[in-house]
Design a protein around this ligand. Sequence first.
Ligand code: GTP
Ligand code: MN
Ligand code: MN
Length: 614
Amino acid sequence: MSASSDQQVLVAAQGTAPTTHAQLAAWVQEVSALTQPSSVYWVDGSQEENDRLAAELVDGGTFVRLNDELFPHSFAAFSDPKDVARVEERTFICSKEEKDAGFTNNWMDPAEMKAILTDRFTGSMRGRTMYVIPFVMGPLDAEQPQYGVEITDSAYVVVSMRIMARIGTDVLRKMEAEKAFFVPALHSVGAPLEPGKADVPWPCNDEKWIVHFPEERAIWSYGSGYGGNALLGKKCYALRIASAIARDEGWLAEHMLLLKLTSPEGKAYNVAAAFPSACGKTNLALLTPTVEGWKAETLGDDINWMRIGKEGELRGVNPEYGLFGVAPGTGWSTNPNAMRAIAKGNSVFTNVALTDDGGVWWEGMTDEVPAHLTDWQGNDWTPESGSPAAHPNSRFCTPISQVDMLAPEYYSPDGVEIHAILFGGRRKTTIPLVTEARSWTNGIFMGATLSSETTAAAAGALGVLRRDPMAMLPFIGYNAGDYLNHWDSIAAKANPERLPKIFLVNWFRRTPEGGFAWPGFGDNSRVLKWAIERIEGKADAVETPIGFVPTGDSIDLDGLEDFTPADVEVAVRVDHEEWKTELASIEEWFAGFGEALPQSLKDELAGLDERLGA
Ligand code: GTP
Ligand code: MN
Ligand code: MN
């Protein structure tokens, strides 16, 4: 092994488990010298260790242990009210050159940023334990395992990372044996504990920095304990850094769920779907089909890494190990699969409400609203309180292995072939329930112009319409124009016969009366059935200027009460006036890219303009 004996001695002298991985040993050494923790602890990932950390978190007031009969081995945490979501305006892509971050990202010169962060991280772990978490995104037996090491001063992060990623000694040993590259992911809550000072349940800092160095493949996160900002394997690595790696290596790291569907004839289809945060990925990934004879199995609910396979087919892998799902709206009636997985326990809930019998509750979990709760801020709550009991972005964090409908292929390092790609957003108007793209390039245009009303998943105003290309706006680790060019280049590497069909969906359209134009949730299986029947050349469609939409009677409505083909026609209507407005908005969006916009997308826009007519 290449670690110098000096380094081993240094690490061992600090009371830490030595590693033979020279770069890792050196980095741990460097970070502990900078952050000055009271101790360094190497996370082994065992159950025993997890129990110990959870007990410490209970003692420290971060965790509330839930009633074991209701939620075995599960805990609730309550964050600082100012630390409840991703902070996009504090998220930076620090490429060497500003143009490589592009107009959709915040940028700062890497040296300047490092100077600021070095200042903030100096002594930031004083009085705390520094945890070293070796992890791998995707299966450890992948051809090229994607390693990372997170250093954090938060035990909440350690316990949550153990659910969300494969962590611990097995990973470390393989990383050492391969002398493998790993993404260094540094996290501090930014709340040093001075001697004699009591800790708070949720330490964090009002100043937050979520920073990525794409060329170095490094992450520095400061000041927040919230999942998306602190569990660095997830958005920071598996999307932002991985998207930059993927661009360089010719693959795609996407904000997508992965779902396997089997038709009544026994034919399997894998669907990947990109929807912005809090727009229905986890719900669709755990869908119970309401349509006769169709079976659904979960592969992933948030992130999909896609590569071109040996036969030129597009293949997808879910690099995560758990679900980090939006709690509100996840209920026994809308998503029983998620509820069954959660009820098996081993979960961490953040910012949900507590029931009087030691369980958790959130809006939409049950049809019946409890008469009394403790809300996410610790106040007594009754249905008359007039505020939500759970924070709108409260989350459950649950091992994906607990999902009964998990597809066996989830564990396959080669992933699955993708047969259909869905792009979708939250739009009250304009966007039909489902539209089939005219071609692969037209589908990329649909993705590139995807739009949605903002949700509580990120800090900021709610319900504001914004363009969110491929649902990746907050997660593209480089220039968004280069990103669209990268998507545009994939077809040339693939077998054109095996390219998935692309569809644009919108579960959130409203009728003129104001209600949802489509029942959604399990009934989305009816839309998926139509999409697959389009692949099979069986279902009817109408050609419109924006693509192919279902005829009123081509969506299977069997068993769906009070919903008629006429209602389908309302849900899929292409309104000419709305689309003229949309076109202007797309033109404005595309103008932001300048020269970086692929010619193919300019052509698509011109084609749409022409088809919409004057
Ligand atoms: P992230 O995990 O933040 O990336 O979000 P997500 O895309 O996984 O969103 P999720 O599935 O958690 O859904 C968020 C919200 O959308 C929940 O409040 C759901 O109740 C609601 N929702 C999901 N699917 C549907 C649907 O088909 N129809 C309607 N009307 N609402 C839905
Ligand atoms: Mn997400
Ligand atoms: Mn989700």
